[in-house]
Design a binder for this molecule. Structure first.
Ligand code: PLP
Length: 383
């Protein structure tokens, strides 16, 4: 059996090596390292793929979130509500801009922001909501968008983990993750579903005026050369990364299909196990689909219900099976983000999930032998 990896970037590279090497070499030959034709071509191709009017490439996903918030003109003291159960980058940029992060609990089934907790946290100072499409599945955007409209709030989608995912609204219409809010941020960190070979990120919006503002902010607040109208940042996607991303974008649907197929095999193996809850489909689909990208499995995350999650992590390490605990500590208990408004009774689900979750190896190169070894090892240990 091949060695099991959490993410197999090398195996994926081997398949596209000739194409990627040629396009990287082309960037080197033309030496258009920044803002070259590859960046523009990738931007257009991603706009077409997502069905969104504007993609603004930038240096990483954290910058993308920050720049999106800068572009909306949020002011120090404005409250921004997001999920307690997410990667710290989401809340970090809120705090960095001197906005006030307000963390709320998530749903047990989807791991995504709980619309009831969200609406309860709204105050007159609330200006924006950041739903995170965690692990590859969209938050309940029908509810989030309805609440946002009712209270006149911006919606900034954190789409770092769900590029390519479909969201089917209650009215039946289908949209790509990251195209439903006022603005969205994504990351092209190597291990993400659409990852480059370094750092990268992008902002999406359908709003022409906001897109114009964002394009200036990523480039030192310049709209005309050496005229700085607003305070900006330097955040660029380079041409080599864009060249890699073009090759991988053309394969994104098949990559995501491979992740879904692996997820389906995992879930089938754990079927009926009373100590294990497999990932639940939240937005209209009853199970993992063959044809629809309702979940793109950035992570395949189990809940271990018998209190043995930590023992399982140790056992898997002994068996040379990598795994991850995303995330082990709720953000509301992280030193950097403590706030006296938080009470433990308001976070029952996150407090439970941090003790139960375990993410299994998930990537495009997993084979059946590896999946069987992983699932059998877990079932033998957990019972
Ligand atoms: C990866 C990630 C980010 C940050 O992206 P970087 O490119 O690493 O800066 C933000 N939010 C979430 C949910 C992520 O998973």
């Amino acid at each position: 059996m091949r060695k099991i990896q959490m993410v197999d970037l090398k195996g994926q590279y081997e398949v596209i090596k000739d194409e990627v090497n040629a396009s990287i070499s082309n960037v080197l030959e033309t030496s258009t390292f920044i803002n070259g034709p590859e960046v523009h071509a990738f931007q257009k191709e991603l706009e077409d793929y997502l069905g969104v009017k504007h993609v603004i490439p930038c240096a990483n996903g954290t910058d993308a979130l920050q720049i999106a918030m800068m572009g909306l003109g949020l002011k120090p003291g404005d409250e921004v509500i997001t999920a307690d159960f997410t990667f710290a980058a989401t809340v970090e940029v809120i705090a960095l801009l001197q906005l006030t992060p307000v963390l709320v609990d998530v749903e047990l089934d989807s791991f995504n922001i709980d619309p009831v907790a969200l609406e309860k946290a709204i105050t007159p100072k609330t200006k924006a909501i950041v739903p995170v499409h965690l692990f590859g599945q969209c938050a309940n955007m029908d509810a989030v968008l309805e609440i946002a409209e009712k209270h006149n709030l911006f919606v900034i989608e954190d789409n770092a983990q769900a590029i390519g995912a479909d969201y089917t609204s209650e009215n039946g219409s289908k949209q790509k993750a990251g195209t439903m809010g006022h603005v969205a941020a994504t990351s092209f960190f190597p291990s993400k579903n659409l990852g480059c070979y370094g750092d990268g990120g992008a902002i999406f919006t359908n709003d022409d005026e906001l897109a114009h503002t964002l394009r200036g902010i990523v480039n030192h607040g310049m709209y005309e050369r050496y005229h700085h109208d607003v305070v900006g940042v330097n955040s660029r996607l380079d041409s080599i990364q864009a060249a890699v991303l073009r090759s991988k974008l053309s394969r994104l649907d098949s990559y995501n299909a491979r992740r879904r197929a692996a997820a389906k095999k995992y879930s089938k193996a754990f079927e009926g196990n009373k100590n294990i809850t497999v990932p639940q489909m939240a937005n209209g689909c009853a199970e993992i689909c063959d044809s629809c990208d309702c979940h793109v499995f950035h992570q395949y995350t189990l809940r271990i219900l018998n209190g043995q999650r930590d023992e399982l992590v140790k056992h898997l390490a002994e068996k040379q099976i990598p795994c991850g605990v995303y995330y082990p500590i709720p953000l509301h208990r992280q030193k950097a983000y403590l706030d006296e408004r938080y009470q433990e009774k308001d976070f029952p689900v996150t407090n439970q999930l941090v003790k139960e979750v375990i993410s299994l190896p998930m990537h495009t190169e997993l084979d059946d032998e590896q999946i069987t070894f992983i699932t059998q090892t877990i079932i033998q240990f957990i019972g």
